[in-house]
Design a protein around this ligand. Sequence first.
Ligand code: UDP
Length: 237
Amino acid sequence: MTELIKNGKRQDDRKPEEMRDLSIEAGVLKRADGSAYLEWGSNKVIAGVFGPQKCIPQHISNPYKAILKFRYNMAPFSVDDRKRPGPDRRSTEISKVSKEALESALILRHFPNTMIEIFVEVLQAAAGTRCASLTAASVALADAGVPMKDMVAACAAGKIGDEVVLDLAKEEDNAGKADVPIAIKPKSGDIVLLQMDGDLTPEEFDETLSLAKEGCMKVSEEQQKALQEKYEMEEGE
Ligand code: UDP
């Protein structure tokens, strides 16, 4: 097997601290209140936000705030081995942690008894889809005009060979030593999601975390750019 990192270069020619190319477009779905399409390396993800709207079923509504629903779904054709359609343990877990990460950034008390639904469809997957989904969902929420204290920007870092690297690609995720996806609120720097797969020493963990935070700040810049472009286009219409 070829080495994942050799002379400071990764298989896709990236340096250890380099992120895959990321592009985000806001406002891509006509029927959603807010939406975003994102390409991150080979990942392709689309997010749609609906609401605040009438809460269904009504008995789960909250008289003090809007409830948030998040559905992460991976298309059967998004991966090499066809994925069985429908929810599974992994998608349930990703939906749960993503919802909790976003909840801390949204101002939900303005919309009692309502719900806000977020749907994320992964069209093509190549490691890092939970970060891609959260990043797209955050742009879609801002595009929908849902009041937010801050955005949520996500990025992973991890370890391949003996090196800590940013934003693991598929082969690196498969054969690497550790993967640490995180999400932060860029204004406050608060961490709203942190997961870890693999083994790291405490020193390596600190290094991985600070690299992932730097990645999140770059992601945050792209999110802002996407929203600015959308509003500049609307102004020009
Ligand atoms: N993957 C796959 N089939 C599946 C689930 C995942 O091929 O049913 C791949 C996909 O490319 C995904 C990667 O494995 O991006 C890593 O999955 P993980 O659970 O670590 O989540 P992610 O890195 O996408 O957030």
